[in-house]
Design a protein around this ligand. Structure first.
Ligand code: BV8
Ligand code: ZN
Length: 247
């Protein structure tokens, strides 16, 4: 598919590009999404797993779930969508990635400016003394305990928890000042992350959605590009480069 000319024109004059990504951008790396047809929420609801009370009630179950997801993340590799976003950094003066994903794939792909709104599955901390235990925890089963005796949890944002203030502040600033805001692989149903789409809209940014289907924000974006991000994002890079060569 060809990228619509209005998207290419906007990109040509753009200085600051922001990508707002969700689980869909990692789907082609083999990491299941949350709400899609094979979404992990279909089997177990988020309330049962991704919240603090569920963790306190049954830390073993929650850790089993995160260890399962970590095993998938460890085998996963950044895909052509992540890599195309890194390529944007060689073409545009400022590229920022705001991600809801906890899989670290944008950073592993080489993106330099990544704001993680929902934490990072590779990081952990003690709920009592807040000591960090990042990287692999050496526990086979059951639950890991801190040297102070406290329970260790994954450093991800659960439902009902605040987002990391600095990451969110920087993300809002980026959404308020960008020329183009690309919404990639997210159902845009989780708040306050999804509010950044409206922040970008009110700043007058050009909104481009990349998704395999319609989402909550399809009615307010300027252009929806339907297809896999691993195909569409490299296509955008290819067309921009083509124009620059012909210039
Ligand atoms: C907060 C944890 C308050 C990490 C996640 C009732 C009770 C409690 C809270 C609420 C409530 N009602 C509303 C809320 C607020 C709640 C919320 O928004 N709920 C929603 C569900 C209604 N938000 C919160 O609780 C947040 N905190 O509000 O705190 C507060 C305020 C002040 C003071 C104290 C507290 C915290 C939200 C963070 C929750 N954590 N995950 C983890 O384990 O991963 S949410 C989870 O959803 C992930 O983080 C994920 O990133 C996020 C968003 O999902 P998506 O990334 O969009 O993934 P999804 O599967 O939905 O969609 C994938 C998309 O990709 C689809 O559109 C699909 O079509 C597309 N796709 C698939 N393949 C491809 C593709 N696109 C392109 N190419 C492909 N190949
Ligand atoms: Zn501790």
């Amino acid at each position: 598919m060809d990228i619509p000319s209005n998207v290419i024109e906007k990109l040509q004059s753009a200085k600051k590009i922001v990508f707002f990504s969700g689980a869909g951008i990692s789907a082609e790396s083999g990491i299941p999404t949350f709400r899609g047809k094979d979404g992990i929420w279909n089997k177990l609801s988020p309330e049962e797993l991704a919240n603090f009370n569920a963790f306190i009630k049954n830390p073993k179950l929650v850790w089993e779930w995160y260890n399962y997801r970590k095993s998938i993340v460890h085998q996963a590799k950044p895909n052509l969508g992540h890599l195309a976003i890194v390529e944007f950094e060689n073409i545009f003066s400022e590229v920022i990635v705001i991600t809801q994903n906890v899989d670290n794939l944008h950073r592993r792909a080489g993106s330099k400016k990544v704001y993680e709104l929902h934490g990072n599955i590779e990081r952990n901390f003690c709920i009592k003394c807040k000591k960090h235990y990042d990287g692999d925890l050496d526990f086979q089963e059951g639950v890991p305990n801190c040297s102070c005796g406290g329970l260790i949890r994954p450093d991800v944002v659960w439902f009902g928890e605040m987002l990391p203030a600095e990451q969110f502040r920087l993300s809002e600033k980026a959404a308020q000042s960008c020329d183009i805001f690309l919404i990639v692989g997210t159902s845009a149903v989780v708040y306050p992350a999804a509010s950044l789409v409206y922040t970008a809209k009110s700043n007058g940014a050009f909104l481009v959605e990349v998704n395999i289907e319609e989402t909550e924000v399809s009615t307010i974006v300027d252009v929806s590009l339907f297809g896999e991000s691993g195909k569409i994002l490299p296509k955008i890079v290819e067309q921009i480069k083509q124009i620059r060569i012909n210039k």
